[in-house]
Design a protein around this ligand. Structure first.
Ligand SMILES: Nc1nc2c(c(=O)[nH]1)N[C@H]1C(S)=C(S)[C@@H](COP(=O)(O)O)O[C@H]1N2
Ligand SMILES: [Mo]
Length: 530
């Protein structure tokens, strides 16, 4: 003190302040980690969807405005969920750091803050459709553990020694190390338990032998698939099939504890079917094209598969359901999934004789987990969000006037028949072509349940030229088309396509976005001719 006045002391204090803040932040992070690890461990035993991460993620997805969701899907594609989870972890991490630093001064407030986050997780878990009160348990326990961990690990930093105002570094290191180790053990154990359950369900699915269809699909007409390079195959493989859903973790349903309930307005006898009940029924097999309402003009969210399943109308009739046109009181069929999705389909459409299915097979195998195992709906002619419920558990007969399904609550239309569309698959945008060298322009067109009767192509605003149409098994699938073009001049040129459906309606060129009932406009591709 004699030689230096105040300066070194201030500096030492300053350093110590930053060090303490840093240790507080570290405690915050470690405590949050412990809370999450414990909560996910408990969730592995209770219900995997009840963990705070999937629950909060689901709540964020459910509250995201449609425009933002659209933007996220467009920018991150299928990575949107990874981006979301990373975002949630970053936000939680920042809050944990804040609470950790705060805990050095306001200990009780910081602990209450950590516990409050447990309650937020619990609230989110309980308020997911299909959840029960037990779904709160993982997050509440996580909150308690997190708060206790914060208290315990910051204790050595808070209790500075009176003599030199230093704190017990050893005690802090021990506490921090113990927390990190404990979290790692809890987290890993949770992961192992959850993975074990998922693996045994996958093994069960692998052993399923699907019965042969009582009504097999006719073999694809020769020429349904033009097999041109760059052109979508007629049948989309399960691996290539687009996936659109709100599930952060793909549900793996244990069919031994699964059943499907049919109930509601105008149901004479409420029914419940097990998976085996469905397998024992006469199954029909159909080639059907599924399309997402979020598909932009020229977008990828459409695919064709050979589906095997039970005729939905048969089950509804068995339950005594009559369509509105025959005096039935219910005009809406609400399907619910194990993860709480709700989808509303017109009863009239489900029973009008089209091949509306409860599908159990997709392209010769049990439904893949991503596509709705064990059972999903498929209704030709309707966008997926009003027809194609995956991981189905419940069918309720009700009215459009009394109930809005998930996407309808979020500004999408109650009813959404698929709009006539066409897409150029090849050539790709900015392809380089040669003058005088013929090139096939090819793609797909769809107008499910009406059928596609013509496709035309126009180059650089020139006349519409008829494309050659591939064969189709029926009106419920997309249709390949090809038009042979020989460029005659150089430069950049726009190729445009339009389809005509079997009612004679020509695909509109009016551009509208996907909300509220599907995009319209014409797909075009710009190529460079040299
Ligand atoms: N349970 C559940 N089912 C769902 C959805 C969902 O989010 N959850 N999304 C629907 C939408 S919007 C579409 S387009 C189709 C997509 O089916 P796919 O992922 O098998 O292609 O599933 C439908 N069924
Ligand atoms: Mo969709």
């Amino acid at each position: 003190m004699a030689d230096g006045g105040e300066w070194p002391l201030v500096k030492a204090n300053e350093t110590r302040r930053w060090l303490r803040a840093g240790l507080g932040a570290l405690s915050g992070l470690l405590s949050a980690g412990a809370a999450l690890a414990v909560a996910e461990l408990v969730a592995a035993f209770v219900r995997p969807e009840a963990g705070p991460l999937p629950a909060i993620g689901g709540a964020v997805i459910d509250r995201t405005p449609p425009a933002v969701k659209d933007w996220a899907v467009r920018h991150f594609g299928t990575d949107d969920k990874l981006v979301l989870q990373t975002g949630i972890l970053v936000v939680l991490g920042l809050i944990a750091i804040g609470l950790g630093v705060l805990s050095l001064r306001l200990r009780r407030t910081a602990m209450a803050g950590v516990f409050a986050f447990g309650l937020v997780g619990a609230y989110a878990a309980v308020h997911r459709a299909g959840a029960g009160a037990v779904d709160a348990v993982p997050s509440v326990l996580g909150g308690v553990v997190g708060a206790a961990a914060l208290w315990w690990s910051t204790e050595p930093v808070v209790r500075v020694r009176a003599e030199d105002r230093a704190f017990d570094r050893r005690a802090f290191l021990i506490a921090a190390g113990a927390l990190a180790l404990g979290s790692a053990v809890a987290g890993t154990t949770g992961r192992i338990v959850a993975d074990g359950k998922r693996a045994s369900i996958a093994a069960f699915r692998n052993r399923i032998r699907l019965p042969a269809a009582a009504e097999p699909a006719a073999p694809l007409p020769p020429g349904a698939d033009l097999r041109l390079p760059g052109l979508s195959a007629f049948t989309t493989s399960n691996a290539d099939f687009y996936r659109v859903d709100t599930a952060l973790v793909v549900p793996r349903v244990d069919v031994e504890n699964w059943s499907l309930r049919i109930h509601g307005k105008g149901v004479r006898t409420p029914l419940r079917y097990s998976y085996n009940d469905l397998l024992r029924r006469p199954l029909i097999e159909r080639d059907l094209t599924l399309t997402c309402v979020s598909n932009e003009v020229g977008g990828p969210y459409t695919g064709t598969a050979r589906w095997l399943g039970v005729r939905l109308a048969d089950l509804l009739r068995e339950a005594g359901v009559r369509p509105p046109s025959r005096g039935g009181p219910a005009d809406q069929l609400v399907s619910r999934s194990v993860d709480g999705m709700t989808i509303g389909t017109p009863v009239e459409v489900a029973m009008d004789g089209r091949d509306a299915l409860l599908a159990i097979g997709m392209n010769g195998e049990p439904l893949p987990f991503e596509h709705g195992y064990p059972v999903r709906m498929v209704v030709p002619g309707l966008y997926g969000y009003v027809s194609a419920c995956k991981w189905l558990v419940d069918l309720e007969l009700t009215t459009f006037a009394s109930y809005d399904a998930y996407w309808v609550k979020r500004t999408w239309s109650r009813e959404a028949p698929i709009k006539t569309q066409s897409r150029i698959d090849t050539p790709k945008p900015f392809a380089r072509l040669r003058v005088g060298v013929p090139i096939p322009i090819a793609g797909i067109a769809w107008a499910q349940h009406r059928g596609v009767s013509a496709v035309e192509v126009s180059v650089a605003g020139g006349p519409w030229q008829s494309a050659r149409l591939a064969e189709v098994p029926g009106p419920d699938t997309w249709r390949q088309w090809v038009w042979e073009w020989t460029p005659t001049r150089t430069g950049s040129q726009r190729i445009e396509v339009r389809a005509t459906d079997a009612t004679g309606a020509v695909q509109t060129d009016k551009r509208v976005g996907t909300v509220p009932d599907g995009a319209t406009g014409r797909h075009s591709v710009v190529v460079t001719v040299a």
